[in-house]
Design a protein around this ligand. Structure first.
Ligand SMILES: NC(=O)c1ccc[n+]([C@@H]2O[C@H](COP(=O)([O-])OP(=O)(O)OC[C@H]3O[C@@H](n4cnc5c(N)ncnc54)[C@H](O)[C@@H]3O)[C@@H](O)[C@H]2O)c1
Length: 326
């Protein structure tokens, strides 16, 4: 069997590095293109050491916005996982220009090159595209409800929606084999709390006895999926013929409020940290932050396509994150 080459943009990040590991274990050759803006070389250092010398792993330190670089790598690859993106609520609120340019410009460059060489491409979108819709559980063909353009938070959702439109347009117009995945909250080892990700930041604070800050009333709920479950879904979808030209939710259906999440983390880590409620305005300023109240996926479609559903619990996620943080 010939060896497949997988190109992972953003492969030095949280999800990308887990995916790189899985693909290498499967026998693929892996190329990572990453500018290390939110990712870390240490996430892939072991892979570089283990698989670099025989040419099965290659890391390119550059940006997806450099189309000439992307083109050379796409030509070498059989399949593309386009994960590179501005991520995290803090970064999105603080650097709105970079957020939009990276998401839209990066995906545009990747899809243009993929179209030139006819490469199978997976585009990483987000549950944020459902916006403020309360029509839960969110279905892939459901309506989206995004807020005003003066509220920067929605730029991320809007840019990712445009990425989806562009990917599906390539499929419609030239039958470029694309797959769009909408990830819901994903968590596990190697995720950094630095850019506003809730589980790693709560766990780190709980382990040091610092207060856990819950924004708003804490009644907003989320579903957290273990990164190992997510990576299994991603890999299976890439190999599923019937997935081409389709959009899939990937996430857990176990809902928890952020206040209960904080309580659970304090209990599981046997912490003495207090939990405090903090108004959104004091964190994100007066120009507005609107949160989504619930973010519950319908995962029937991916279940029908590849028989996937999450296997790991929220307790396992917290235990794994705490073990790494210690
Ligand atoms: N983690 C989640 O809960 C979640 C939820 C929904 C969607 N997603 C999507 O999954 C993908 C991966 O997210 P993650 O959680 O692993 O975040 P991450 O920040 O760990 O990974 C993103 C990677 O992209 C890299 N990157 C950013 N800009 C780049 C550029 N211009 N050129 C090259 N590399 C660049 C970063 O350095 C980083 O390594 C993203 O597209 C994100 O939008 C993640």
């Amino acid at each position: 069997m010939t060896q497949r080459t997988s190109l992972l943009t953003g492969g030095a990040g949280f999800i990308g590095s887990h995916l790189a590991h899985k693909l290498l274990e499967k026998g693929n050759r892996v190329i990572v293109l990453d500018d290390l803006s939110t990712g870390k070389f240490s996430n892939i250092e072991e892979l570089d050491r283990q698989y670099g010398p025989d040419g099965r792993f290659k890391f390119i330190f550059d940006t997806v916005l450099h189309e000439r670089v992307v083109e050379d790598l796409v030509r070498e690859a059989d399949e593309i996982y386009h994960l590179a993106s501005a991520v995290g609520v803090n970064l999105i609120m603080e650097e709105p220009v970079r957020t939009i340019e990276t998401i839209v410009g990066g995906t545009h460059a990747v899809l243009r090159c993929a179209a030139r060489y006819r490469r199978r491409t997976m585009i990483f979108s987000t549950s944020e595209v459902y916006g403020k819709s309360m029509d839960v559980p969110f279905r892939e063909d459901g309506d989206r409800l995004e807020g005003a353009t003066s509220r920067h938070r929605w730029a991320y959702a809007c840019a990712k929606s445009l990425d989806e439109f562009l990917a599906l347009a390539h499929w419609k117009q030239t039958r470029l084999p694309v797959i769009v995945v909408r990830l819901f909250n994903t968590a596990g080892p190697r995720q950094t709390g630095q850019y506003g990700m809730v589980i790693p930041s709560f766990v780190r604070r709980a382990l040091t006895g610092a207060p856990l800050s819950v924004y708003g009333t804490g009644e907003q709920s989320r579903c957290f999926c273990h990164v190992s479950d997510v990576v299994e879904a991603i890999e299976a979808l890439m190999g599923a013929e019937g997935a081409t030209g389709e959009v899939f939710n990937i996430g857990s259906t176990q809902e928890i409020t952020i206040l209960d999440l904080a309580r659970k983390i304090v209990a599981l880590t046997k912490s003495s940290s207090p939990i405090e409620l903090v108004p959104y305005e004091s964190v994100y300023g007066a120009d507005g932050f609107e949160d989504m109240q619930r973010r519950l996926p319908c995962i029937d479609k991916i279940g029908r396509a590849i028989g996937w559903k999450p296997r790991r619990s929220l307790d396992e996620i917290i235990t794994d994150v705490a073990a790494e943080a210690k």
